[in-house]
Ligand binder design. Structure first.
Ligand SMILES: [Zn+2]
Length: 262
């Protein structure tokens, strides 16, 4: 087993080396490699255009409308994605279908490494969502697990809900044109924000979810204090990742000990 970490545009927000060191600590003998930009391995001109077109095709236009595979993006959208792939622009304000994105990222991985010997984790600042048939709309996601697993730094801020009072007050602040940073200060500690110093600490738990998906097929845990807890609220996320007083529940601690002979 080998874990490979990729930086798909998070460089300024996230220290992936720190995540690698954490995984090395938890995973014993398992080899861990940090690869940086996943596209540089496959960057011929044709390839860039091809990936750019496919990624642009993963863009959600309307949250209540499921996108079809093979939708044909506009020229400008493809050009934008080319620049994004080459690191010449930042992803901002675009929402992608998480599973479509995962399919494109999977293509970047060489055939030999698309096997059960490898855990591929892409850290990205792209915001993505997945379609839910029960209410027929897209829902923002922090991560999708599979080949590869994708963890979004933007998703961590945007997907889990902030405290209800925050949204109520935010409406008032907006109505009266008050300064939102003051509001955020009042809620400091209760949600993860952009450029939050707690980001790396939180991401470690999501990286472990990707590892557990690989090891057991189940990335999540019912225990609210376990790093594998599937948080839907920011406060749950902060508790599970940083404040519960332990990293993993007894079951998952034991599993790691047995599996990796700590
Ligand atoms: Zn657990």
């Amino acid at each position: 087993m080998e874990i490979i970490l990729y930086d798909e545009g998070t460089a300024k927000e996230l220290d992936i080396e720190e995540i690698a060191r954490y995984l090395a600590q938890k995973m014993g003998e398992v080899k861990i490699e940090v690869r940086g930009n996943p596209f540089v391995f496959n960057l011929s001109h044709d390839k860039v255009s091809d990936y750019a077109r496919k990624i642009a095709g993963a863009k959600i236009q309307e949250v209540s409308q499921k996108i079809l595979s093979g939708q044909e993006p506009l020229y400008g959208e493809i050009e934008y994605e080319k620049r994004r792939i080459l690191g010449k622009t930042k992803s901002f304000g675009i929402l992608y279908d998480g599973f479509h994105l995962q399919r494109v990222f999977c293509e970047i991985i060489s055939r030999e490494e698309r096997s059960i010997e490898f855990v591929h984790i892409f850290f990205t600042n792209r915001l993505f969502a997945t379609w839910d048939d029960s209410d027929r709309r897209y829902h923002l996601r922090t991560s999708v697990y599979g080949i590869p697993s994708i963890i979004s730094t933007t998703g961590l801020v945007e997907a889990p809900a902030k405290p209800r009072e925050y949204y109520l007050l935010k409406q008032q602040y907006e109505r009266f044109g008050k300064d939102l940073t003051k509001l955020k200060d009042g809620f400091k500690g209760r949600f993860i924000d952009y450029e939050d110093e707690r980001l790396a600490g939180v991401i470690k738990g999501y990286a472990m979810q990707a590892v557990f998906y690989f090891l057991t097929g189940a990335p999540f845990c019912e225990d609210k204090g376990c790093r594998l807890y599937n948080a839907h609220w920011q406060e749950e996320l902060i508790f599970a990742q940083l404040e519960s007083g332990y990293e993993f529940c007894p079951w998952h601690t034991k599993f790691l000990m047995k599996e990796l002979s700590w």
